[in-house]
Design a protein around this ligand. Structure first.
Ligand SMILES: *Cc1c(COP(=O)(O)O)cnc(C)c1O
Length: 343
């Protein structure tokens, strides 16, 4: 019988741990639309504490979380400044245009990392015939940038630029705990410069479902209205929140292991004759490998699949590999074997 493939397509493929399943089975629940689910309330309190914000709201997905935050911070006809390959722009079905009626203003970063000077230049001056720049959105870690981290000083400088121009600031921190682990700072330090933060429980934290959005009490009250409007008001959601609490307590501390394995993987990929990797940009659990022509990402992924390893094409000549809680050292060895021959 063929072994189960080593799935490096994304950290979203992680399954809930036995401790999560137990916590889910035993969770105390209530109707969260009435605000009466004690487990959801505990998760929201913990998220607010970890990001040092006044309050937090449990939402079904990161996409809904970002969409709600953009909605709260903007009016139709305004502009959102974000990195050119930001998740909010690429992978959320034009949500900002559809739900909020706003335009993205794209600023290319260096491996996803924004330069405050370039952001300042992209913020339009006030004029009645120009869209008003209303929101700066920063992604940390940056997915398409290859899991790269924006350090605290840069985050502060970016937010200062935005605030001087009267803009709100939002952090798409889907993988904020990966950034915190890699930078050696608390997540709260990364969240501090921002008005709002979204983070995912269902990526490297291995919980089955959910994200938190965090900000002031007034922000969260507005966000709650839009969550309900979008159909994200859940009832006995404590069964999901219970897994999230375990994720924050038990999986966050293991993220450095994912990063160590990503480093080992990156070195193996870099040694392959058909691939190249910018090793200095491998900072967390994502590795972007460049495929040398005439080989294509499709060919590389197909051959790896035959050898029991799943990865995903990510752009014209790139394959993305993501380490996560369900990839141990034995799995990493199998990936090494799959990389032992040309494609
Ligand atoms: C996955 C992801 C999201 C969206 O989260 P979903 O739960 O998949 O909707 C948002 N931003 C970034 C950077 C992500 O990686």
């Amino acid at each position: 019988m063929a072994a189960v493939p080593v799935d490096l397509r994304s950290d979203t493929v992680t399954c809930p741990t036995p401790a999560m399943r137990r916590a889910m089975a035993e969770a105390e629940v209530g109707d969260d639309v009435y605000g009466e689910d004690p487990t959801v309330n505990a998760l929201q309190d913990e998220a607010a504490r970890l990001t040092a914000k006044e309050a937090a709201l449990f939402v079904p997905s990161g996409t809904m979380g970002n969409g709600i935050c953009v909605k709260v911070h903007t009016q139709p006809g305004e502009e959102v400044v974000c990195e050119a390959t930001a998740h909010v722009y690429w992978f959320e079905n034009a949500s900002m245009a559809v739900l909020s009626g706003v335009l993205p203003r794209l600023v290319p970063g260096d491996h996803g990392i924004l330069d405050p000077q370039r952001v300042a230049e992209a913020i339009r001056p006030p004029a009645y015939y120009l869209p008003r720049p209303a929101l700066l959105c920063v992604e940390n870690t940056h997915n398409m940038g290859g899991g790269t981290c924006t350090p605290v000083a840069t985050l502060k400088a970016l937010c200062r630029v935005a605030q001087e121009r009267g803009m709100a600031t939002h952090l798409d921190g889907a993988r904020i705990f990966n950034a915190a682990a890699a930078l050696g700072v608390p997540a709260a330090a990364l969240a501090a410069p921002f008005d709002s933060v979204q983070f995912c429980l269902s990526k490297g934290l291995a919980a089955p479902v959910g994200s938190l959005i965090c900000g002031t009490r007034a922000f969260v009250e507005k966000a709650r209205v839009f969550r309900k409007m979008l159909g994200g008001g859940m009832r006995q959601a404590g069964v999901l929140a219970a897994a999230g609490l375990v994720a924050l307590r038990e999986v966050v501390p293991s993220l450095p292991e994912d990063h160590r394995r990503a480093r080992v993987l990156a070195e193996r990929l870099a040694a392959h004759p058909d691939l190249s990797v910018e090793l200095e940009w491998v900072q967390t659990n994502i590795v972007m490998a460049k495929v040398k022509p005439p080989k294509t990402p499709g060919q590389v992924c197909a051959t790896l699949k035959e050898r029991g390893v799943l990865a995903s094409p990510a752009g014209a000549q790139v394959v993305r590999f993501v380490t996560h809680h369900d990839v141990d050292d034995a799995a990493l060895e199998r990936v090494g074997e799959a990389l032992g021959k040309p494609f």
